[in-house]
Each structure stands twice: as structure tokens, then as C-alpha cells.
Design a protein around this ligand. Structure first.
Ligand code: ASP
Ligand code: MG
Length: 440
């Protein structure tokens, strides 16, 4: 069985839903994972922020506007009165619950509840639409099988057991629709897999059912070799290894949730990225095979904080790094890049939630400098550190002030840390010389 995930734009308009229906409506049995319709989760996040700041009037206005857009969508999608009536009732109920939350005191549970409505709406609407079109479809409620454990990792045993049980119990269907992103936490409360988490849902399910393939359908034809928002001449990459895809997703390529390939890489289940608007284009196939050599793609991740830790005493005297790492571990803050010299160590984090206490603790035994608004530019490709083109990189970047370089941590990755102001120029310059075949 295949698992197909469709992103927000794929279910974001009536035309696109029709397109998705045509893509999935063959005779093959499949699980279809849906995101919320585009814009919905952002709207829900804004609403939950208004609840937090007790801005009830603004929350209500935003809820009203969102409801109007749903009413329009379902009116143009449903021709069958009975189905329309059923969906209208469901949508009204969701908006009733959403309004009810605005009177409550904000906490994490309110946030998780509010943001869960997007996927509940999209899956209900889309499966009703398929039913209207005479397609045999069943809704698989994600909250009946998708659960994370104490460490916020998928509870694979639970998921596997329950998804099989539920599919067996449901009447036969070709298409099983489920919500991406949402899950239960270890206490059985509604939670989620973080923003963009529907991709991750798809591969978690793919692993649980040992799918033959997981397909992620978006509005672009796969991973591009640079960020299409900043560079005009990007091209899609046909093949990536799991490692390359993981590095690209982690270091900024927005197309995929960073953890997406983790559940399936060990099981060697291929992940195919496809474009809903151009279903015949190849997209990107991610497998354990390595293709080509040299720099294959460039991506950038913003919002990075660089921390330089200088020690009066011998920095690398044993135990120093351990002390540093222990502080980050205590605050559950992941370190992305790290470089050391004899007197200082520089590292980067992307989650600055605990920056203040981390710096306070570091300052007990060192001098600390913090630089915010940094970006990591990541270059990915098989064995790039050995490739004869790679040296060009340093010529190209001679006028960009590079704050840190990570080279050799893996054979597939070189990461540069720069101030975010230089990001666009760096991406463009690298692209011109590395992919447009201009000599430096
Ligand atoms: N709807 C969620 C979000 O916008 C999850 C997803 O789209 O993957 O983050
Ligand atoms: Mg996404």
C-alpha cells in the first residue's frame, strides 16, 4: 500500500481538490494524509495568540472571517444537498468549539486544540467530497492511532497496532483519509508534530504499515537545487539519498518537515516528492541510493543564534566541552553547528527559548558573546568535501563575511554561518557559480 500526503495548497481550493481526487482515484488501496487547507493553520495560530492576549474581539473577527471562507468553499464543492448539509453541520460544530475556546484561559492545551481544527476540517470536507463523487472512502481519525511518547517521538508500537486494528475494523475502502500533523500526547491529550508536521505523519504511517512508497504532494516539483523564493533559475533534483534529503530538510529547504525521512530510512521505504499541479513531472525520489557527485543543492535556514564561548583557562582542557554541552542538554536545546579553536568554541542554536539562562550558566566559567539574526547556508551533495569543484566555494564567497564554517562533519554537507542580511546575495552568488556554470 502507498501513503500519499497532500499539502495545504493541494486541498486549498475547489479546483485543487478536484485535481487531488483525479490523482488518487485509481483502483489501488491507499492511505491519504491531508494538511489543513492553506492559510488555515496560520489563521488558527493567530487566533490562539489573540486568546493568549485576551483579545477576544480580534479572535472573534478572525474566526468569523475564517468561517466565511469555509462556507464559500463547501458551497461550491458540494452539489449533493444531503452531503452539503452534513458537512455544513460539521463545520458549524468546529467553529462552535473554536469560539468556545476564546472564553478560556490560554495554555498549551488550548493552542493544541485550536490548531488541530485545520486538519479535522480538511479531512472531513475532502472525504465527504469523494463520497459525493461516488468513491469508496473511509476516514481514519488520526487521534485514534497517532501518538507521541514522553520524548515527543512517535510511539511506533502503539501506532502500528492501532492503525492495523482500525483499518481491519472499518468497512472496505480503496481510499483511507487521515489527518496529518495532529496526534495525542503521552497523557492522551491532543497534540501535534509541530508546524509542517503532516509530512512526518505520512512517513510515520508509511513505516507503521510498511508502505511500498510514501508520496509527498505539494505545489512544487520536488526539491530544487536552491531556494526558489530567492533564486530564479533553480531546477528540481531528480534523486536524493535519505542523508542528503535529511540535511536539506533540516537546514532550511521548506518543502519537507525536517524529520520526514527518519521513520522510513531504516526500512528503506522510498519517499517521492510530487507536484499536484503537474502530476506527470518526475519530482524528487529519495532512496538509500546515492546519485552523482559534487554540490547538488543549497538551502538556508534563518533565525539562527550564534554563541561564542571563550575561556580564560585552556579551553580544551578536558571536561570543558562536556560542561558546555551539559548546559545545552539541560535546557533541551539542540546545537546545529560547532567549531572550536584553542581559546574559544562557537556554536549555533535555532531555538533561542532558553537563551538567557543558558548564557547565564555559561558565563559562570567563560566569556560569552551572542549574535542573533544569523543564517545557516547549507550545501549538500554526495561526497562534496572531496569534489574538485568544492574549492570554488571559497573564492566565490570572498566578499561575504562568513562567521563559521562546518566542513567535514559529514561527507555530504558544508554549512556556512552568515548574517541573515547576506543570505539572499550568498544564495544567488553560489547558484551562479555552482549551477549556472559561470567561472569564478
Ligand atoms: N497544517 C499544519 C501546518 O500548517 C501541518 C502541515 O501543513 O504540515 O503547519
Ligand atoms: Mg509542508
Amino acid at each position: 500500500m502507498r501513503v500519499l500526503k497532500f499539502g495545504g495548497t493541494s486541498v486549498g481550493s475547489v479546483e485543487n481538490m478536484i485535481q487531488v481526487k483525479d490523482i488518487i482515484n485509481d483502483q489501488e488501496k491507499k492511505i491519504v494524509v491531508l494538511s489543513a487547507m492553506s492559510g488555515t493553520t496560520n489563521a488558527l495560530v493567530t487566533i490562539s495568540e489573540y486568546i493568549k492576549t485576551r483579545d477576544t474581539a480580534k479572535a472573534s473577527a478572525r474566526i468569523d472571517a475564517l468561517e466565511v471562507s469555509y462556507v464559500h468553499t463547501i458551497q461550491s464543492l458540494f452539489t449533493n444537498e444531503e452531503v452539503l448539509y452534513d458537512v455544513q453541520e460539521y463545520v458549524q460544530d468546529i467553529f462552535y468549539y473554536l469560539r468556545a475556546t476564546t472564553a478560556k484561559t490560554y495554555d498549551q492545551f488550548i493552542y493544541n486544540t485550536v490548531v488541530s481544527y485545520g486538519e479535522l476540517l480538511s479531512t472531513y470536507i475532502f472525504s465527504a467530497y469523494l463520497r459525493q463523487e461516488g468513491i469508496k472512502v473511509q476516514l481514519l481519525p488520526a487521534l485514534d492511532f497517532m501518538r507521541i511518547d514522553r520524548n515527543n517521538e512517535p510511539d511506533n508500537f502503539y501506532i502500528r497496532q492501532n492503525i492495523h486494528r482500525i483499518i481491519d475494523e472499518l468497512p472496505a475502502a480503496n481510499i483511507y483519509i487521515t489527518q496529518g500533523f495532529i496526534c495525542l500526547d503521552v497523557d492522551g491529550e491532543v497534540s501535534n508534530l509541530q508546524r509542517g508536521g503532516s509530512d512526518y505523519t505520512a512517513t510515520i504511517i508509511g513505516a507503521a504499515i510498511r508502505a511500498e512508497e510514501v508520496q509527498i504532494w505539494t505545489d512544487i516539483d520536488g526539491f530544487h537545487n536552491n531556494d526558489p523564493r530567492f533564486v530564479d533559475t533553480t531546477t528540481p533534483i531528480s534523486n536524493l539519498s535519505f542523508d542528503e534529503a535529511a540535511e536539506l530538510a533540516y537546514f532550511g529547504a521548506k518543502i519537507l518537515h525536517p524529520q520526514t525521512v527518519m521513520p522510513v530510512r531504516e526500512l528503506d521505504i522510498p519517499v517521492r516528492l510530487k507536484n499536484t499541479m503537474a502530476p506527470t513531472s518526475h519530482g524528487t525520489l529519495i532512496t538509500n541510493k546515492v546519485h552523482g557527485e559534487g554540490i547538488k543543492a543549497i538551502a538556508a535556514k534563518d533565525g539562527i543564534t550564534a554563541i561564542k564561548i571563550k575561556s580564560g583557562r585552556m579551553l580544551l582542557a578536558h571536561g570543558f566541552l562536556k560542561k558546555v554541552f551539559e548546559i545545552f542538554e539541560r535546557y533541551e536545546t539542540a546545537i546545529d553547528m560547532i567549531t572550536t579553536s584553542e581559546i574559544a568554541v562557537s556554536l549555533t542554536i535555532d531555538d533561542a527559548t532558553h537563551l538567557v539562562p543558558i548564557v547565564e550558566e555559561l558565563e559562570r566559567f567563560s566569556f560569552v558573546e551572542v549574535d542573533q539574526q544569523q543564517s545557516i547556508v547549507c550545501l549538500v551533495g554526495n561526497s562534496i568535501i572531496y569534489h574538485h569543484q568544492t574549492h570554488k566555494l571559497f573564492q566565490i564567497l570572498q566578499d561575504v563575511p562568513i562567521r563559521m564554517i562546518s566542513y567535514g562533519g559529514s561527507h555530504n554537507n558544508i554549512s556556512l554561518l552568515i548574517h541573515s542580511d547576506h543570505k539572499v546575495a550568498t544564495l544567488q552568488r553560489l547558484h551562479t557559480y555552482l549551477f549556472d556554470n559561470v567561472t569564478a
